[in-house]
Design a protein. Structure first.
Length: 190
């Protein structure tokens, strides 16, 4: 069973153990959910506690891909090419200097990694890479900038142009769903 919860209190016991109290939101504290929790009460459990990260808004993502698909149709090129061009033009990018052996690790984290050259710093061989962050890692501000850029391309090239209401709804849902993870994403990208 996986649940979302907030730790409401922590108490170190005299025997060295800890008492952790959590609050489960109402939407998970249904009769069925409570029944499952009661069955687990006083049993040894394997528990993983990690900071909650909301899933991306399908509305903002769906809107982005609807625009990308329409541009792909107009331009007669694959949607993935449009997406990568949008990430290059409007997305989040960082330039990193790392030891050349770290390239594979960068490729596991970033959407695209582009080698820029090799140089020596203090006797150590370093490689420069332009790293492009995929939109699944974006916070609301970054997603808004990407979506705005793609919408401008749609206006210029005759692709699907969403209404202002569709844009606001998609981004508002994105913002709500990313409220808890935006700070972490910013830190990870910087």
């Amino acid at each position: 069973m996986e649940i979302s919860a907030i730790i409401t209190s922590l108490c170190k016991k005299p025997d060295g153990s800890a008492l952790v109290t959590i609050r489960v939101p109402a939407w998970q504290a249904t009769d069925a959910g409570m029944e499952q929790l009661q069955k687990m009460q006083l049993h040894n459990l394997d528990v993983t506690i990690k900071r909650h990260r909301d899933k991306r808004s399908l509305n903002a993502n769906a809107l982005l891909w609807k625009c990308i698909d329409s541009l792909a149709e107009v331009l007669r090129i694959p949607p993935e090419e449009i997406y990568m061009k949008a990430l290059n033009d409007y997305g989040v990018q960082v330039i990193l200097a790392v030891v050349p052996e770290a390239e594979q690790a960068l490729r596991a984290f970033f959407r695209e990694v582009i080698p820029l050259g090799v140089h020596v710093i203090n006797g150590t061989r370093m490689a420069n890479f332009r790293c492009i962050v995929g939109s699944s890692q974006y916070n609301t501000e970054q997603m808004s900038r990407l979506l705005d850029g793609v919408i401008e391309d749609c206006k210029d090239l005759g692709g699907f142009v969403p209404t202002e209401r569709q844009i606001m709804t998609g981004l508002e849902l994105w913002k709500k769903e990313h409220a808890s993870s935006a700070e972490e994403t910013e830190t990870a990208i910087r």
